[in-house]
Design a protein around this ligand. Sequence first.
Ligand code: NAP
Length: 265
Amino acid sequence: MILAAVLGDPISHSRSPALHGHWLRHHGIDGAYVPLRVTAVVLPDLLRMMPGLGFAGCNVTIPHKEAALALADTATDRARRIGAANTLVFADGVIHADNTDGYGFLANLAAGARWDPARPVLILGAGGAARAVIDALSRAGARDVRVANRTRARADALAHAFPGTRAVEWGPDLQGLGLLVNTTALGMVGQPSLDIDLSELPGDAVVTDIVYTPLETDLLAAARARGNPVVDGLGMLLHQAVPGFRAWFGVEPRVDGALRDAVLE
Ligand SMILES: NC(=O)c1ccc[n+]([C@@H]2O[C@H](COP(=O)([O-])OP(=O)(O)OC[C@H]3O[C@@H](n4cnc5c(N)ncnc54)[C@H](OP(=O)(O)O)[C@@H]3O)[C@@H](O)[C@H]2O)c1
């Protein structure tokens, strides 16, 4: 039996076991994917023990993404650029780190809408998820990426780290945008709503939110109501899981309606 896991603290809310469990059943694989609540103190020893316990790898989530990259023996370029890992593969005695969040974001965006890399992009937020999103958009050819964040210094740091990106005021200008992305926690269940006036946003600008609880955030509802193409955030979670599953279980899984239903249940 091949094992994989998601490591975090807290972890009970994670949808990853439902996601990978669906694929394991669908492909009839003799494997299991388990949630493990892991503290920072335990993480280094646990990662070294997991291969011997039958784990092919794991996902890593808050608050261990940066530590996981530091503890890995090798890492992909994108994980290094982002400065965090969400996917670890154990093979040949080494821990290999990757970050598939940006890949998941882009695959979800491409599946849901057509966006034009030549038009300006505005990212709301400058946290860990924003780094992955900006990295992916820059690699996909976005030439004018603007970042607005409540804490300006974090937007400045991102602009410094990713060439072609610049920090703008929180409460930003939406004129001429081709893509608007919310990467803040605002709009999530239990968080304040994201108050933004979309009246200056071009009618054909794509609007996407990486928050997926609720599936239709207030931002997406407002954008949809005025006719903008919208893409919800659940697909990012689904797509980011593909490279890990492929590496651990040796099968290329599909992101489809059945998977969405399984995760939403
Ligand atoms: N769909 C997916 O697969 C996926 C993947 C990763 C993350 N996410 C979601 O993305 C969101 C951000 O995750 P993260 O890892 O980037 O978190 P993070 O590193 O903690 O960053 C949080 C961001 O939200 C902003 N923010 C929080 N509260 C705010 C408020 N009251 N007013 C204005 N800005 C506020 C923060 O601004 P400051 O810098 O000013 O604090 C920061 O930019 C979470 O909701 C997470 O669930 C979704």
